[in-house]
Design a protein around this ligand. Structure first.
Ligand code: PLP
Length: 466
């Protein structure tokens, strides 16, 4: 076990130098820089398998796969070699002016092959970006273009959910439902409205079962469609399992009812699978897990296992056909279809297929994590433990019988997160929810080790609270 932070020896001169430069020059994403300057950033220096190391030599089990992305684990040579080879061969060429490159073509075809058709129609086309945010920006433009071409230009409104995360650009943050982000950016932009998330533990009514709640939560979509006017609604966007919002796993009744509603009103369904695709839920794509029939699928992160930035949108042929009928779609990024990123994507998908990672999650490690996670509910702090594939969340409670929660100002999740780091495992805190999304290469023994570390961190958190 690593020593608690307050008992750590002074960091090395090298670490302190990096921390000082970091503080002086690096504007971090989603970071309170005063708090960071007081503490000094933890400098991560290397990684292998499911572990990362910091500059002080601490080994930490990465329960978050970097940022939900290193699905194939660290240190995979075929990915590095694919990048190296492609950089020597053709490091860049654009795909704007009737040019293309082999890695981009092959990856588009590969993704189209991997994604099961819906209603007999394939995801025939892929629009590439460098991130999930850009991909969701693309969705906003694509959906509006689609309805214009369909002769229904009044269909502009996209419905999303509170506490959703769809990225950090102006449009993606508007699609997201993070209050803190909206406050700082005069968001959402017009034409984006939100409904409540399907979070049973926060929003259930007395005596309501998860199944009943799932249907009621889905009907919030129907109410919003009727409020906006069905002829004005363009699309509904949602993460199959909400990730950054705290791993909110909807009841099994939720998605079928959502599908019924989008079908009934003829609105497009955008499945934002930036976290959930590429094996995370035990399938290549999460819509397979929930049986939904999306029109557009957002992907990023694990398409390259995070080794290089790449994202995009899978476009169903029904939509692609309409887009093609309209001539030029005036949208694109310098790095749309970047050959090095696409080469790494291909190598990553090869590797994940060779190791049958989605299947392993579905049939072995997913069920095993569910079993081991459920055991954590015997801990005095754990009220609820939920998993779906290799993504999981715990709710820390004050009273296990009533599931009474801790006051927000106690920041119990942040305390636990600190103990996790000190113990040697990365868990993320979202309020009082502790979440994980470990690399898919984890074995059962790795899961045992992760659970042991989590339990130690929970004990330390409990000791703090007493
Ligand atoms: N969509 C979802 C569901 C995400 O979780 C994220 C990032 O976490 C994004 C979109 C944005 O992706 P990126 O950070 O690559 O822009």
């Amino acid at each position: 076990m690593n020593a608690p932070a307050d008992r750590l020896p002074q960091p090395s001169a090298h670490t302190r130098e990096l921390q000082a430069l970091d503080s002086a020059h690096f504007l971090h994403p989603f970071t309170d820089h005063q708090a960071l300057a007081a503490k000094g950033a933890r400098v991560i220096t290397r990684a292998e398998g499911i572990y990362i190391w910091d500059s002080e030599g601490h080994r930490i089990l990465d329960g978050m796969s970097g940022l939900w992305c290193v699905n194939a684990g660290y240190g995979r040579r075929p990915l590095a070699e694919a990048a190296y080879r492609q950089m020597l061969e053709l490091p860049f060429y654009n795909t704007f002016f009737q040019t293309t490159t082999e890695p981009a073509v092959r990856l588009a075809a590969r993704l189209s092959e991997l994604a099961p058709p819906v209603d007999g129609r394939r995801f025939s086309h892929v629009f590439f970006t460098s991130s999930g945010s850009e991909a969701n920006d693309t969705n906003v433009r694509l959906v509006r273009r689609y309805w214009d071409l369909m002769g229904q230009p009044q269909r502009k409104v996209i419905i999303s959910r509170w506490n959703a995360y769809h990225g950090s650009t102006v449009a993606a943050a508007s699609l997201g439902g993070m209050g803190g982000m909206h406050e700082q950016g005069d968001l959402p932009i017009p034409g984006i409205v939100h409904i409540q998330q399907p979070y049973y533990w926060d929003l259930r009514e007395p005596g309501e079962t998860p199944a009943e709640f799932g249907v009621r939560a889905a009907r919030w979509l129907e109410e919003k469609i009727l409020e906006v006017g069905p002829d004005k609604v363009a699309a509904f966007i949602a993460e199959p399992v909400q990730g950054a919002g705290g791993v909110i796993i909807p009841p099994e009744t939720y998605w079928p009812e959502i599908q019924r509603i989008v079908d009934r009103y003829g609105i497009l369904l955008i499945s934002d699978e930036v976290i959930c695709a590429f094996g995370r839920l035990g399938h290549w794509f999460a819509y397979e897990r929930f049986g939904t029939r999306p029109d557009l699928v957002t992907f990023a992160k694990a398409v390259t296992s995070g080794y290089i930035p790449l994202g995009g949108v899978l476009v169903n042929e029904r939509i692609a056909r309409v887009l093609h009928s309209g001539g030029e779609f005036t949208h694109g990024y310098t790095y749309s279809g970047h050959p090095v990123a696409c080469a790494v994507g291909l190598a990553n998908l090869d590797l994940m297929a060779a190791e049958a990672l989605p299947q392993r999650v579905r049939e072995d490690t997913g069920p095993y994590l569910a079993q081991r996670f459920a055991e954590l509910t015997d801990h005095p702090l754990v009220g609820v433990a939920e998993t779906c594939g290799l993504v999981a969340g715990l709710i820390l409670v004050r009273d296990k019988a009533t599931l009474a929660r801790f006051p927000e100002e106690w920041a119990v999740g942040m305390t636990c997160r600190g103990h996790c780091f000190e113990t040697g495992v990365v868990m993320r805190a979202v309020g009082d929810r502790m979440i994980i999304a470990p690399p898919l290469v984890m074995t059962r023994a790795d899961i045992d080790e992760m659970i042991r570390l989590i339990r130690t961190a929970l004990d330390a958190t409990l000791a703090d609270l007493r």
